[in-house]
Design a protein around this ligand. Sequence first.
Ligand SMILES: [Zn+2]
Length: 177
Amino acid sequence: MNFCSECGSAVVLRVPAGDHLPRHVCPDCGTIHYQNPKMVVGCIPEWEDKVLLCRRAIEPKYGLWTLPAGFMENGETTLEGAARETWEEAGARIEVGKLYTLYNLPHINQVYFMFRARLLDLDFQPGIESLEARLFSEAEIPWEEIAFRTVRATLEQYFRDRRTGSFDFHFGDIRTR
Ligand SMILES: [Zn+2]
């Protein structure tokens, strides 16, 4: 950040009184511009023994496959965000289930929340951010073309759990891209 979003003055980086980390502070209007991690919400849309993946039509990771997921918007809940992203990216209607994986990505200041979800029908079609949306069985998953570590970890966990039928909540840290 270079300029104050409140008044347009140049900001300085300093530790405010009573704080312990440097922040962008506006010397003119006094606004402290805090920057905090972003939340990414998404889901595993399930249909019988298959899951719905989208092939990205945007950077980063153009052309690679992902579960529907994206940045949470102000004013919505995590469940609403997961359903919205699934609609936007895959044109798919879902019933969102339980929170399934949570990953901290401290190197890029993100936290991923992935839910299980039930696909309500097969009338899905890729949105403008996707080249394709299609169902994959475990044997069909394009493991070498998965866009993100978080998605790969979630899918690996999902297929491991499916063998036992026990889908406990999992969380962990991912520190590389
Ligand atoms: Zn200012």
